[in-house]
Design a binder for this molecule. Structure first.
Ligand SMILES: O=C(O)CCC(=O)C(=O)O
Ligand SMILES: [Fe+2]
Length: 203
């Protein structure tokens, strides 16, 4: 994919308290396909447990935390050191920082092996992300539904994130809106999602 293609206008929504931009096909088909295969095969996928109402539950998907060594990530009371950058992911990180004009020093990769893997309602509002985090989310593989709902108003939005699509969430989105990847049990193919973030370094 050329630079010119990537400057295509994104889709955007006039949503109160949110700022969302979506570039369909930010990665061209061959690059997206090769990326999916490489990352699924080469990364050390984990299934950590999270504590919910006093009980430990393994997350319903696989994940890897990757980034600069200073970008620690706190999850369920524990601080995780990131895996070193995979060269392909490092290349996308640089392209995204340039296009979106902001630094990203880490990425959470989620692998949904089939439609039964999912992620519940949450916001990416951890204190180490700062007050108005910019989150760049790149999807590869099976298209999945991405739901958003306002925390205080009866407003919802459903998007579909497809192979190679880039979604950028910024401004007050994480403060006012929750998002999730619901189960779609009939889907059998896998999907990868990479959320590039900037974590205030932990020294
Ligand atoms: O898989 C997705 O598209 C969403 C991932 C997500 O919300 C997250 O990593 O915080
Ligand atoms: Fe999220």
């Amino acid at each position: 994919m050329t630079r010119v293609d990537r400057q295509l206008k994104p889709e955007c929504w006039q949503l109160p308290d949110a700022h969302l931009l979506l570039w369909r096909g930010w990665l061209a088909e061959p690059e997206a396909c090769a990326g999916y295969q490489q990352l699924v095969q080469q990364l050390a996928w984990q299934q950590p447990s999270i504590r919910l109402f006093g009980r430990e539950h393994p997350i319903p998907r696989r994940q890897v935390w990757m980034g600069d060594s200073t970008a620690h990530y706190r999850y369920s009371g524990t601080s995780f050191a990131p895996e070193p950058w995979h060269p392909l992911v490092a290349m996308w990180q640089q392209q995204l920082s340039q296009q979106l004009e902001r630094p990203f020093n880490s990425v959470l990769l989620n692998w949904y092996r089939a439609g039964t893997d999912h992620m519940g309602w949450h916001a990416d509002n951890e204190p180490e992300l700062g007050p108005e985090p910019g989150i760049a989310s790149l999807s590869l593989g099976q298209a999945r539904r991405f739901d958003l709902k306002h925390r205080y108003q009866p407003w919802q939005l459903q998007l579909e994130l497809g192979h190679g699509d880039l979604l950028f969430m910024s401004g007050s989105t994480q403060q006012y809106w929750l998002h999730r990847i619901p189960k779609q049990s009939r889907l059998t193919a896998g999907r990868l999602n990479l959320t590039f973030r900037y974590i205030v370094p932990f020294v």
